[in-house]
Design a protein around this ligand. Structure first.
Ligand code: BTN
Length: 250
């Protein structure tokens, strides 16, 4: 079967609520814009090509047609909190799926990057709008090195670039949606605390010297509410959002 994320290829593989309804387009501006707040929780938008794919902090998200997983999932948490925790939950779901696929460790760089061997394989964009949270996930699957975006600080990679295997994306997407649903269930029950051990073991920044905005120090972990904990010369500080620069170690 051809490698496609069209509904015919994906819907029969969906094992839970996430992925229903399944809104597929060959091309769209951004899957983030296909989901409207009246849709049920778990509604998922997927496309083969985005003309205006977006990353965090108004950056662009680029991928050649039909090579990556580009999807957005609608969540309706009962208590509207910040999206930081849910972004991490999605990052964990991606990390689990990537790690199983590659058989190699996968880390999270707070707040939204998924890394393999220090290179970014996926990113998560969490946005709240109209009382719902839209989690957008971009996972590089079949791009070869020449098709990956140039990223000056954190180089990009894909599953194919790591192990040379071309994969059908439909089973991967179905697995990702199921994993996200399971982890979201944990999050609903106990916020991030149940997942704290796994977050700590995947935390790429832990022990590194970092600067986020005007905070500089050693990243020591991720707090239960999803904030980054940084040990500074003035004591421990919690950072809610921002772009982390990793400083060369002394
Ligand atoms: C980031 O790393 O900055 C987040 C990237 C998120 C990209 C995905 S691709 C599917 C969804 N639609 C978008 O426009 N962005 C997200």
């Amino acid at each position: 079967m051809a490698d496609t994320l069209a509904a015919d290829a994906v819907v029969s593989l969906i094992r839970g609520r996430f992925g229903i309804p399944y809104l597929f387009r060959d091309s769209c501006a951004s899957t983030q814009r296909l989901l409207t707040p009246e849709l049920p929780e778990g509604a998922t938008a997927v496309c083969e090509r985005q003309t205006a794919g977006r990353g965090r902090l108004e950056r662009r998200w680029e991928a050649p047609p039909a090579a990556a997983i580009l999807c957005s999932v609608l969540l309706r948490p009962p208590v509207m909190t910040g999206v930081a925790g849910l972004t991490l939950v999605a990052g964990l779901a991606v990390a689990r799926v990537v790690e199983r696929a590659l058989g190699r460790p996968c880390q999270l760089k707070w707040p939204n990057d998924v890394l393999v061997s220090g290179r970014k394989i996926a990113g998560v964009l969490g946005e709240s709008r109209g009382g719902v949270v839209i989690l957008g996930i971009g996972l590089n699957v079949n791009q070869d090195e020449s098709e990956l975006p140039e990223r000056p600080v954190l180089p990009a990679t894909s599953l194919f670039a790591v192990d040379g295997i071309r994969r059908r994306r439909a089973p991967l997407l179905a697995e990702l949606l199921f994993e996200l649903e399971q982890l979201y269930g944990h999050w609903l029950g106990g916020r991030l605390s149940e997942l704290a051990g796994e977050l700590a073991s995947r935390d790429y920044l832990r022990g590194r010297h970092v600067t986020v905005g005007d905070v500089t120090g050693t990243a020591v972990g991720i707090a239960p509410d999803g904030r980054l904990e940084v040990e500074t010369s003035a004591g421990r500080q919690l950072v809610a959002s921002g772009d982390v620069r990793v400083e060369p170690s002394a």
